[in-house]
Design a protein around this ligand. Structure first.
Ligand code: DLL
Length: 433
C-alpha cells in the first residue's frame, strides 16, 4: 500500500518545484535564525537570495558532525525553546552526543514519514507492530511508535532488551510486523528457538529493519529464519531519525528517499565534489521541511549511490542503494580498504556460518592484523581439530582472494559472541594511531 499517494508518486517535475520552494524557505530561515549558518554563508559569499532552484544547492557550504558538536547542545536550533516539544540525542560513542529538537509540526511530519515507511514495508492499519527499537534518546523506538499509530496500526511498545519476555509477547499477542535492528531480529529468532517457539507458528509477515548496515546475504538469512519479508529502513538523528529512506516490499531493491522532505546528494568524501547518479560516495542530506533543527548539506558519512530508475512499486522518489558502510568505519588493513559489510557478505555465503561475527584489528610491530571471530552452527562445529582448521582456512582463503587481506579466522562455539539489543558492535579496533 502507498500511504501518501499524492507525494510518493508525484511526477518528478512537480516534486522538483516543491523542493525548490521548500529549500528557499529553509535557507532563508536558517540564515535569519541560526548564527552558525549565517556566518558560514557570509564566509562563502552566498545569501538566501542566491538559492532559486535545487541546482543552486551545491553553492552552499557543507555541515559536519563537528559543526553540530561545536554548537552543543542547542546552538543549531532554529526556533525558540518554547516551540520545541521533543529532544533526542545520538549515542555519542565517538565524542559529545549530538542534540536534536522537534517542534509539534516536526513530530507530525516525522510520524507521517514513518507511517509511509511502515506501509512501504508492507504494514497496514490492521497490523500489530512489535516495536523492539529502543525507546529513549535514540530515535528508533519513538519514531516507529508514532508512525505505527499514525498508520492506524496497533503498536506494542516493547523497546529493546528482556528478550525472553519479548518471545512470550510475540507468541501470545500475535504481532504481524516486527521493527528492530537486523542484528536484534536474529537474536530474537535464536531466543525463540531456545524457548521452543518457532517463527513458522508466529504471525509475522514483514520486518522493517535498520539503524545499522546489513548485507543482502544477511537479509536472506533473516527472511529464512524469521519467515517474513525484510525491508531496510534508513535515517539518522541529525536529519530526523528513521524514515529518511525505506525500501518498498514490492521490489526490495534500494531505499526510496523521502524527497519532499530531504534533498540527497552524493559526494566524493575526499574532495567534496558531487558525483553523478550511480557512483558510490558519501550521502549528503538537506532537510527542507524541518522547523526546529534544519540541516543544510549535512555530511552523513554513510556510503551509498543513487538510482533514478523508475521502481515497480510506482513510487517516483529516487532510490539509494543499501548503505555499505561509513567513511569512518572503513577498515584500512595494510593499506587495503574494506568495509565490515563486505566481509559479512563473504561470511554469509559459507554454509555452516552463523550471522554472528566480530572483527578485531590490532597493530603489532607496525603491522595491522585482522582477526575474524565467527560463530558456526552446532552441526558444523565439530570436535575434530583438523576439520575446524580446514573450515577456518577456507574462510581465510576466500577473504584473501576477494580483498587481498590476510585474516586470522577463529571459529567460535555457537552462542559465544555477544548479542546486541540495538546496534551490533562488529568491529573492535585496538590500533592506537
Ligand atoms: O539509527 C535512526 C534509525 C532508527 C534508523 C531505526 C533506522 C531505524 P542514529 O542513531 O543517529 O539514528 O544513527 C544513524 O546509523 O548515519 C548510519 O550510519 C546508520 N544507519 C541507520 N540506518 C541504517 C541502515 C538511527 N538502514 C546512523 N543501513 C546512520 C545502514 C544505517 N546504516
Amino acid at each position: 500500500m502507498i500511504y501518501d499517494i499524492e507525494y510518493e508518486t508525484m511526477p518528478r517535475e512537480a516534486l522538483e518545484s516543491i523542493q525548490a520552494r521548500r529549500l528557499q524557505a529553509t535557507v532563508s530561515r536558517v540564515y535569519a535564525t541560526v548564527p552558525f549558518y549565517r556566518n558560514k554563508f557570509d564566509e562563502a559569499g552566498i545569501g538566501p537570495g542566491d538559492i532559486n532552484s535545487v541546482s543552486d544547492l551545491p553553492r552552499l557550504p557543507f555541515t559536519t558532525k563537528q559543526d553540530l558538536r561545536d554548537n552543543y547542545p542547542y546552538g543549531m536550533f532554529a526556533v525558540p525553546m518554547d516551540n520545541v516539544v521533543r529532544i533526542h540525542a545520538s549515542s555519542g560513542t565517538t565524542g559529545k552526543p549530538t542534540v536534536v529538537g522537534y517542534t509539534n509540526r516536526d513530530i507530525n511530519s516525522w510520524a507521517e514519514l514513518m507511517a509511509r515507511s511502515l506501509a512501504a514495508g508492507g504494514a497496514t492499519r490492521g497490523d500489530i507492530v512489535h516495536n523492539a527499537y529502543g525507546y529513549g534518546l535514540f530515535t528508533g523506538g519513538l519514531g516507529a511508535h508514532y508512525g505505527a499509530e499514525k498508520l492506524g496500526a496497533s503498536v506494542i511498545p516493547v523497546s529493546g532488551g528482556n528478550t525472553k519476555r519479548q518471545v512470550v509477547i510475540m507468541r501470545d499477542f500475535g504481532p504481524t510486523v516486527l521493527t528492530c535492528t537486523p542484528s536484534y531480529s536474529l537474536h530474537l529468532a535464536e531466543a525463540a528457538e531456545d524457548m521452543g517457539v518457532s517463527f513458522r507458528d508466529l504471525n509475522f509477515k514483514c520486518g522493517i529493519f535498520g539503524a545499522e548496515p546489513w548485507s543482502e546475504n544477511m537479509r536472506r538469512e533473516i527472511e529464512e529464519k524469521l519467515n517474513l519479508t525484510a525491508v531496510d529502513i534508513y535515517g539518522l538523528s541529525e536529519v530526523i531519525g528513521p524514515g529518511v529512506a525505506v525500501e518498498c516490499h514490492e521490489a526490495q531493491a534500494g531505499l526510496h528517499i523521502a524527497e519532499d522532505h530531504f534533498i540527497a546528494e552524493i559526494i566524493d568524501p575526499a574532495t567534496g565534489e558531487i558525483l553523478p547518479h550511480g557512483e558510490t560516495g558519501e550521502l549528503v542530506l538537506t532537510s527542507i521541511t524541518k522547523e526546529a533543527f534544519p540541516v543544510i548539506r549535512y555530511r552523513t558519512r554513510d556510503i551509498t549511490s543513487l538510482n533514478p530508475e523508475p521502481c515497480v512499486c510506482g513510487r517516483t522518489m529516487i532510490r539509494m542503494n543499501k548503505i555499505s558502510g561509513r567513511t569512518d568505519d572503513m577498515l584500512i588493513i595494510r593499506g587495503v580498504n574494506v568495509f565490515p559489510s563486505q566481509i559479512e557478505s563473504v561470511l554469509m555465503e559459507i554454509e555452516g556460518v552463523e550471522p554472528h561475527y566480530q572483527m578485531e584489528i590490532d597493530r603489532k610491530d607496525n603491522l595491522d592484523t585482522l582477526t575474524i571471530r565467527v560463530e558456526v552452527s552446532q552441526s558444523a562445529f565439530s570436535d575434530e581439530v583438523k576439520e575446524l582448521q580446514r573450515f577456518e582456512d577456507r574462510i581465510a582463503n576466500e577473504i584473501k582472494e576477494l580483498f587481498g587481506i590476510s585474516a586470522i579466522v577463529k571459529l567460535a562455539e555457537p552462542k559465544t559472541i555477544a548479542r546486541s539489543e540495538g546496534k551490533a558492535a562488529r568491529v573492535i579496533d585496538r590500533r592506537e594511531i
